[in-house]
Design a protein around this ligand. Structure first.
Ligand code: FAD
Length: 480
């Protein structure tokens, strides 16, 4: 890549000028472009792939929204912006309270906006425990709402608004098909097979971009009102992920598309933008489905529990990554035995604790103690150590099966949560918190509201990413 920043003085003339350049046509970029276009300004979308969609089209299509959406109401769930905020405040360390508050206040309206732009959500709830559904239900619990200590902070309600999935496919395809069709119907110019490879600066303001289309000379496009970076995550940039979260990057497979390589993030950094939460990552190697496996316990190489087994799968993986050598096993009794859908190899079925401890190589007596404590509480429906919900508590008797869920052995994948620092309107911020004139960062190129895997819930990328995309589009359109 050539120099990421070009001063305006080095450019003889613009090849084209528009009001706003949106870089990347995933969910965040599509939402930004639609709002900017509807505000009556000239928008140009630049997409490096041969068509729009991004990782958003590959996703399960879950948008984390709530506060009393029409879908929640239609399915009989009572939620309010205050309740959603109470949960999100307790469960995420999003540093800017005003941003979190506004997202919760506007989440129900944002859901209506998505539906009115064609994103399909069926009026059916999934009440079991799943990572995502491929059977078309529109609403499910996707986070730690029922997990201690968050269950004490807010009334748990489902907030995973999942785009209808057809024919066993992921819902993200339908979400992006709808948004892309809307972008096309409204006639927003989109140039594909073209990458933004540089930002043009006039003093400290971003005033345009350099475009690179294979086989053609570079072009410079002026952006009178701003450049909105919506280039997605850096999941596929090996160097960046290994620097940011070495343990997870070593063991897990990145989720995303090839062009989620952090190029947009690096361009914005070159223009002075700061990053946040770069070490944050949600890894997943879920023990469920089937949900009955949650009746089991998870132990580490010391034979000790370290997480409530009913946690959201990203939270469980977060704690596995912090155990000695990232080793862990799921122990399940005969009544609840099933093979996990995810690739967690069965070690064996054990008739007694000595054989189990010897086979796993944990200290003798350690699992005996763990089981004694767990079973004593479970028979009264309590888990004083990790507060697993009573719905999943039952004393465990041998024979017990052990599944190896160690990071080096089982199947794990990840999504980076860090990215550019941005304000409520998606303006990219410098290290000292000053907004960079003319530069916006939305979607997964920006840091997520949940800063690490123990805070994440499915949908916390697409939900906020699409919402802040819209805000950035409107803000840039109003900028003189
Ligand atoms: C299998 C899977 C399942 C997931 N499920 C969910 C889920 O259900 N809910 C959820 O919230 N999150 C989910 N995620 C994460 C989520 O999909 C992404 O974080 C989210 O889609 C990011 O959206 P975005 O618009 O920011 O980026 P993207 O959708 O990745 O779009 C970015 C676009 O920018 C383009 N681009 C990149 N660099 C340039 C450049 N220099 N010039 C021009 N264009 C460029 C890319 O080609 C791409 O099209 C999932 C991810 C995967 C892979």
């Amino acid at each position: 890549m050539a120099t990421p920043i070009a001063p305006l003085t080095e450019i003889q003339s613009w090849n084209r000028e528009v009001d706003i350049v949106v870089v990347g046509l995933g969910a965040a970029g599509a939402c930004a472009a639609l709002e900017a276009h509807r505000a009556g300004v000239d928008v140009l979308i630049i997409e490096r792939a041969s068509g729009g969609g991004g990782a958003s089209a590959q996703s399960e299509g879950i948008f984390y929204l709530g506060g009393g959406t029409s879908l929640q109401r239609d399915l009989g769930y009572d939620d309010s912006p205050e309740n959603m905020y109470a949960f999100m405040r307790a469960s995420t360390s999003a540093p800017d309270d005003a941003i979190l508050r506004q997202f919760c206040d506007d989440a129900a309206g944002h859901f209506d906006w998505l539906e009115s732009n064609g994103v399909p959500f069926d009026r059916r709830a999934f009440t079991g425990k799943a990572v995502a559904v491929r059977t078309g239900e529109g609403l499910l619990s996707t986070g730690n709402e029922k997990v201690w200590p968050f269950i004490d902070a807010a009334q748990p309600v489902p907030r995973g608004h999942q785009t209808r999935a057809d024919n066993g496919d992921r819902g993200g395809i339908n979400a992006m098909a709808a948004l892309l069709a809307t972008v096309e119907r409204e006639g927003i110019p989109t140039q594909v097979d073209t990458a933004v490879t540089g930002l043009v600066m006039q003093d400290s303001t971003v005033v345009g971009v350099r475009l690179r289309t294979p086989g053609a000379p570079d072009e410079f496009v002026g952006a009178r009102r701003g450049v909105i970076m919506a280039t997605g995550s850096f999941n596929l940039n090996d160097e960046m992920t290994k620097d940011s979260f070495p343990i997870v990057a070593e063991h897990a497979r990145p989720l995303g598309i090839d062009s989620n390589d952090g190029a947009g993030l690096l361009l914005a950094q070159g223009a002075g933008a700061a990053t946040e939460a770069m070490e944050g990552v949600i890894a997943t190697g879920s023990i469920y489905p089937p949900a009955q496996l949650i009746f089991g316990i998870i132990v580490n190489a010391e034979g000790q529990r370290f997480v409530a087994e009913d946690s959201y799968h990203g939270r469980t993986a977060h704690f596995i990554a912090r155990q000695p050598e990232q080793r862990a096993w799921l122990l399940v009794d005969e009544e609840h035995f099933a093979y996990p859908e995810r690739g967690h190899p069965l070690v064996d079925v054990f008739d007694d604790v000595d054989a189990l401890e010897t086979s796993l190589g944990v200290p003798p007596g350690s699992i005996t103690d763990t089981l004694e404590r767990y079973n004593a509480g479970a028979s009264d429906g309590t888990d004083t150590e990790f507060h697993k919900h009573r719905d999943w508590l039952t004393p465990l008797q041998f024979p017990l099966a052990a599944f190896n869920i160690s990071m080096a052995v089982a199947e794990y994948s990840f999504i980076a949560l860090g990215g550019l620092r941005a304000d409520l309107d998606g303006r990219a911020l410098t290290e000292d918190g000053t907004a960079i004139d003319g530069l916006y960062a939305v979607g997964a190129v920006a840091a997520h509201l949940p800063r690490d895997g123990d805070e994440y819930a499915s949908g916390m990328s697409l939900g906020p990413g699409s919402y802040f995309g819209r805000r950035a589009g409107r803000h840039a359109a109003a900028r003189i």
